[in-house]
Design a protein around this ligand. Structure first.
Ligand code: SAM
Ligand code: SF4
Length: 469
């Protein structure tokens, strides 16, 4: 069943259970919290009851236990790697009227445009020339952006080569599709397909999505089930924080992950947790009804990390630099960098692009600046796309399913893709900082054969045109 129309049939979001757990499990016993964190450190997904206890920890001592646990889990499982990507906005035409979004149909102040296939190629070239290897393509919801068009834009991105570079993985954030539509897009060779539920609270959902196809809560809630039905087993979920109670949204995200595990035997590849940002001529975005302040936001990320140890967490440049730096420690595994969310803004360097933008970005640094800061803080930026091209669902699955996978594959691949960035794109300052991190990481590789192979690959990258080794 991919879409339950009958409003009397329950969905996998059990409103009553979520509300009861959140109300009942207050003031948790420290020993109980400790046990829950230990379960997560043993790499087990938490259940709704356990999450409700963590969400209800208000005491500073308990909160610090959560932060320490998330930090430990992040170090234990993910090491220093942070995967980098960039968003490319393909078009901002939209027939929906989402209250919080600058692209909504009733916003007459936004400048509308859509990229042609040639323009998609120009944007791709501009991104490759800055050093990007992974993109997410973003679309408004409009008949112009049907599945065939989406597939064509993906193929256009993959077709571009520039210098030593090309885009090796294209993810999608677009409107929910039919199974047939998902199949067409799947055939174009996408990575993750993302659909954010925005809010899991049905009444709120209906209120903030008053018209257009997005006004159907259930069509959206089951959209990624249809993606699975079409053969896409790499999906990303998300909630937009600010329209309803953050604790409810967290329980919704976890219910969604559990639903996928129960139905398809695999959880979501990634979870996104954007907070509403100010958008042009969009009053709700300036004053969201359920503001999540920075302190709560940090707690939210730490609890998510603990709740779903095997799922990638994406933090976007919507957030300011200080928050991005802070949250990296708690288990964020992917960030975008050098982002511009104006349609066509990478190749035209359009200074007025905010007039075509969905909202205002908090972090407007270039990719080079982000990499410099990451490596200054001893993180290992990665452009690796190896797992995805080896076939199976994304890297987080592999990291957990195969003991030692991170050490044997992810870290060496991250090192060689960072070396490609150093040789082909980095500024002098960033180069030095990256080389320091590469040398440190090399010291940590104890397997002699693997180290020799990696050193030989690094030498090839430095002295030949060979890439993607
Ligand atoms: N139109 C498609 C849809 O709504 O699913 C996909 C693209 S939409 C531009 C991508 C996401 O942007 C939405 O799912 C929503 O969570 C997020 N978004 C919309 N308005 C926002 C705002 N003011 N601040 C932060 N994120 C926002
Ligand atoms: Fe359109 Fe998506 Fe924005 Fe809603 S969130 S108005 S569907 S672009």
């Amino acid at each position: 069943m991919f879409y339950i129309k009958d409003s009397k049939t329950k969905t996998f979001i059990d409103d009553e259970k979520i509300s009861t757990l959140l109300q009942e499990n207050i003031n948790p016993d420290p020993k109980r919290v400790e046990d829950i964190i230990q379960k997560s450190l043993d790499k087990n997904r938490l259940n709704l009851e356990e999450m409700s206890y963590l969400l209800n920890c208000e005491d500073e001592r308990l909160e610090n236990m959560i932060f320490d646990g998330a930090k430990k889990l992040k170090e234990k499982v993910y090491g220093n790697r942070i995967v980098l990507f960039a968003p490319m906005y393909i078009g901002n035409e939209c027939i929906n009227d989402c209250e919080y979004c600058g692209f909504r149909v009733s916003n007459k102040e936004i400048f509308r445009n859509s990229l042609s296939i040639d323009e998609v190629k120009q944007e791709t070239k501009a991104l490759i020339d800055r050093g990007h290897k992974r993109l997410i393509l973003v679309y408004g919801e409009h008949p112009m952006y049907d599945a065939k068009f989406i597939a064509k834009t993906v193929e256009a991105v993959y077709s571009v080569k520039s210098g030593h570079g090309n885009i090796r993985r294209v993810n999608i954030n677009a409107a929910p599709q039919t199974i047939e539509g998902f199949k067409i897009i799947h055939d174009a060779g996408i990575g993750t397909f993302q659909v954010f539920q925005e809010t899991y609270h049905e009444k709120t959902f209906k209120k903030i999505h008053p018209r257009g196809p997005k006004s159907s809560y259930r069509w959206r809630l089951y959209s990624l089930d249809r993606a699975f039905g079409a053969g896409i087993d790499d999906v990303g979920i998300g909630a937009l924080f600010g329209m309803y109670d953050w604790k409810y949204e967290m329980m919704g995200l976890l219910s969604h992950a559990i639903h996928f595990e129960e139905r398809f035997n695999v959880g979501p590849h990634t979870i996104s947790f954007p907070r509403i940002e100010p958008a042009l001529n969009t009053p709700v975005s300036e004053r969201p009804p359920y503001i999540v302040d920075d302190k709560k936001f940090k707690k939210l990320v730490a609890i998510l990390r603990l709740a779903v140890p095997y799922t990638g967490l994406i933090l976007t440049a919507r957030e300011p630099i200080s928050i991005r730096n802070d949250l990296m420690e708690f288990g964020v595994s992917q960030i975008d960098a050098g982002s511009n969310i104006g349609v066509g803004a990478y190749s035209t360097q359009d200074k007025e692009s905010y007039k075509k933008s969905q909202f205002v970005l908090g972090d407007q640094r270039s990719l080079d600046e982000v990499i410099k800061q990451l490596t200054d803080n001893n993180f290992l930026p990665s452009f690796c796309t190896g797992c995805y091209r080896l076939g199976r669902t994304g890297e987080h699955f592999m990291e957990f399913a195969i003991p030692g996978f991170v050490k044997r594959f992810c870290t060496p691949n991250a090192i060689s893709t960072l070396m490609e960035y150093v040789v082909d794109y980095a500024s002098d300052e960033t180069k030095n900082s990256c080389l320091k991190v590469i040398n440190n990481e090399l010291k940590g590789i104890k397997d002699i054969n693997m180290k020799e192979k990696l050193l030989s690959n690094l030498e090839k990258i430095k002295s030949t045109d060979q890439r993607d080794l």
